[in-house]
Design a protein around this ligand. Structure first.
Ligand code: 13P
Length: 288
C-alpha cells in the first residue's frame, strides 16, 4: 500500500475511541523501526517530519523517496501517512511537491486573521491533491527544532473558526508542551479540551507533546476527542539510552562491534519497543 492521508484513519480512530500515533523520524533507522512495529502490531501509523529533520535528511524529496521505497521493500500493508510536522507556509508547499500525503501548517504564532487566511489557502490546495491538512491554534509549549512555544491554551472560538475552514484535523494547545515535562507541570487542561470539542464538533483533535504524558491523561484525552497523538522526544531518549549502554558496556570494542549496523541496533530496537508500548496505550493495535 502506498502513502495515505490521515483522514480515513483518524475518522476511524475518533469513532472507535482510540488514537493513532505520529512518531517523528530522523533517519533510516527511525523510519524502519517505526514501520516494522506498525506492521507487526497491525496498527495504522503517521510518520512525522519536522522541517529541521527534513533538512537533516537532506531534503523533503529524499524523505518521501525513502519512505515510499521502504513501504515497498518492507512489504508494509498497514495504512501509513507521511506528515509534515509544524510546517511553515513555504515548507507546506515544498512537502506537497515532494509527495508527502499529509501536511501540518502551524500558523499558531500568527495573528488569528493571518492564520485563517493562510490555512484557508492550504485547505484548497490540499483538497485538490487529496492530502490531509492539520492546523494549529494556541501554540504548544516547549522547544522543538529551534521553534520555541510558550504553551498557551487555545481559544475555543478561534478553534471553531479554523475548523470551519475545512481542515482535516486540529491541534489545539491545552497546556501540553514539547520535550520533557517539568516536575511542576499542572497537567492537561481537560476543561479547555471539552470547550474546544463542543465548538468543533466531529473534527478529530491532535495532542502534541506526547512524551511523558501519564497514561490516564492520554486515555481521558482520547475519550474527549483526541485521535492523533504526537511522540518525538521519547524515541530520542530511548535511542540515546540504549546506544549509551552499548558503548558503556564496551561492546563497540569487541570484534566488529564498531559496525554501524551493530552499534545502532540496540537504539533501533529501543524505538521499536517504545512505539509498541505507545500503540498499546493509544489503542491502535490491530486497528489497521
Ligand atoms: P514530544 O517531543 O514532546 O513527544 O512532542 C512531539 C510533537 O508534538 C511533535 O509535533
Amino acid at each position: 500500500m502506498g502513502l495515505v492521508s490521515v483522514k480515513e484513519m483518524l475518522e476511524k480512530a475518533r469513532d472507535g475511541k482510540y488514537a493513532v500515533g505520529q512518531f517523528n523520524i530522523n533517519n533510516l533507522e527511525w523510519t524502519k523501526s517505526i514501520l516494522q512495529t506498525a506492521e507487526e502490531q497491525r496498527s495504522p501509523v503517521i510518520l512525522g517530519v519536522s522541517e529541521g529533520a527534513g533538512k537533516y535528511m537532506t531534503g523533503f524529496k529524499t524523505v518521501a523517496a525513502m519512505v515510499k521505497a521502504m513501504l515497498e521493500d518492507l512489504k508494509i500493508t498497514v495504512p501509513v501517512a507521511l506528515h509534515l510536522d509544524h510546517g511553515t507556509y513555504e515548507g507546506c508547499y515544498k512537502c506537497i511537491e515532494a509527495g508527502f500525503s499529509s501536511i501540518m501548517f502551524d500558523g499558531s504564532h500568527f495573528p488569528i486573521e493571518e492564520n485563517i487566511a493562510k490555512t484557508k489557502e492550504l485547505v484548497k490546495v490540499c483538497n485538490e491533491k487529496g492530502l490531509s491538512l492539520e492546523a494549529e491554534v494556541g501554540s504548544i509549549g516547549g522547544e522543538e527544532d529551534g521553534v520555541v512555544g510558550m504553551g498557551e491554551c487555545a481559544n475555543p472560538e478561534e478553534c471553531k473558526k479554523i475548523a470551519d475552514l475545512g481542515v482535516t484535523i486540529l491541534a489545539a494547545g491545552i497546556g501540553n508542551i514539547h520535550g520533557k515535562y517539568p516536575a511542576n507541570w499542572p497537567g492537561l487542561r481537560f476543561d479547555v479540551l471539552e470547550q474546544i470539542k463542543k465548538k468543533v464538533g466531529n473534527m478529530p483533535l491532535v495532542l502534541h507533546g506526547g512524551t511523558g504524558i501519564p497514561t490516564d491523561m492520554i486515555k481521558k484525552a482520547i475519550s474527549l476527542g483526541v485521535a492523533k497523538i504526537n511522540v518525538n522526544t521519547e524515541c530520542q531518549l530511548v535511542f540515546q539510552a540504549a546506544t549509551r549502554k552499548y558503548i558503556e558496556e564496551g561492546k563497540d570494542l569487541v570484534g566488529k562491534g564498531f559496525d554501524p549496523r551493530k552499534l545502532l541496533a540496540p537504539g533501533a530496537q529501543a524505538i521499536k519497543d517504545i512505539v509498541k508500548e505507545k500503540m498499546e496505550i493509544f489503542g491502535s493495535v490491530g486497528k489497521a
